[in-house]
Design a protein around this ligand. Structure first.
Ligand code: GRG
Length: 311
């Protein structure tokens, strides 16, 4: 008789970094296919879109999307297409965030920012091009055979990226930084701002799979709770890294929050308090996956990575 063992003894070893590298390569290839460089007068804007979208990054959102979709037996190729659309939106937000009118940054993903490499107007257009191309991709049958599912993906992503999501969070962030509207930031207010600015796209990454797999309301609620806690844990870890990370590891300029006197989870909770809060949220995210068996182990592992990462 085979040794029955415990569940954890018989599970195959997880290699999170290999799995993340595999998704990163696959999504970069899909982005390259979805953003072909034309030989026409307007090719400069596509070149700028490709420059930023193919530059790398952790590809965390695609990883979450692909692995939560796998829980519901979604076609891996369709999940990768939706993940590429999401990464286009994420990249557009970074390109626009780096502009002189916003954060005025020189370094992103270890390379000159889009407006430094090209010029400001081209970077605005590249961001616009990525934002709109993402929805064109989601509306295409390659994203999903069922038009009702495509419609739901479009609606969910538009809400996550728009004024009731990431754009709204970015607005509040700028208002606080520039003293517009006299907003004061306590833990509750900063939590809400980051749930919009960073959390909503991460939440979409975790919800797209259950939407594509037509999962039950109960399963959807579990992934929703996981994505919400993970998004906030990710942002708190980002605040910690801004304080402790290096430009080489992060591929962007660290220490900007402290230099500008910005209120962050670190200024409100202290470094140790912020780390504890991020770990607590990551544990809580993992607990929301209790309805799943070992098939959700990659999502459990990435929740730990999000708060222990150094880039
Ligand atoms: C301009 C509409 C608009 C929104 C900008 C996302 C954002 C909103 C600004 C980025 C500024 C920032 C540093 C936010 C903190 C968290 C965050 C989104 C970090 C970047 O995401 P990563 O670490 O980046 O996943 P990579 O390069 O790995 O994809």
């Amino acid at each position: 008789m085979p040794d029955s063992g415990t569940a954890s003894e018989t599970r195959p070893a997880l290699d999170l970094s290999a799995a993340m590298a595999e998704t990163a390569t696959a999504v970069t290839e899909r982005l390259s296919e979805l953003l072909p460089a034309p030989d026409t007068a307007e090719s400069r804007v596509i070149e700028a879109m490709r420059y930023s979208a193919l530059a790398g990054g952790k590809r965390l959102r695609p990883f979450l999307l692909v692995h939560s979709a796998a829980l519901f037996h979604v076609s891996p190729s369709a999940a990768l297409t939706v993940a590429a659309a999401l990464e286009m939106i994420h990249t557009y937000s970074l390109v626009h965030d780096d502009l002189p009118a916003m954060d005025d940054d020189d370094l992103r993903r270890g390379r000159p920012t889009c407006h430094r490499q090209f010029d400001e107007a081209t970077a605005v257009l590249a961001g616009d091009g990525l934002l709109t191309r993402a929805f064109e991709v989601l509306a295409d049958p390659v994203a999903h055979a069922d038009p009702a599912v495509r419609c739901e993906l479009v609606r969910e992503l538009a809400e996550a990226a728009g004024a009731r999501g990431m754009v709204g969070g970015q607005m509040v962030d700028l208002m606080v930084e520039r003293g517009i509207g006299d907003l004061s930031m306590d833990v509750a207010a900063i939590t809400r701002m980051h749930q919009l600015k960073t959390g909503r796209l991460i939440l979409f990454a975790c919800l797209a799979g259950p939407i594509m797999g037509k999962a039950s309301a109960k399963m959807r609620a579990c992934l929703h709770a996981y994505g919400r806690d993970l998004g906030l844990a990710f942002q708190i870890a980002d605040d910690v890294l801004d304080e402790t990370g290096s430009a080489q590891d992060l591929g962007k300029t660290p220490g900007k929050d402290a230099a500008s006197g910005k209120t962050t989870f670190v200024t409100l909770l202290g470094l140790d308090g912020a780390r504890d809060r991020a770990r607590m949220l990551s544990d809580q995210a993992v607990n929301h996956l209790d309805v799943f068996g070992p098939e959700a182990d990659m999502l459990r592992a990435v929740a730990r990575y999000v708060v222990e990462r150094d880039r």
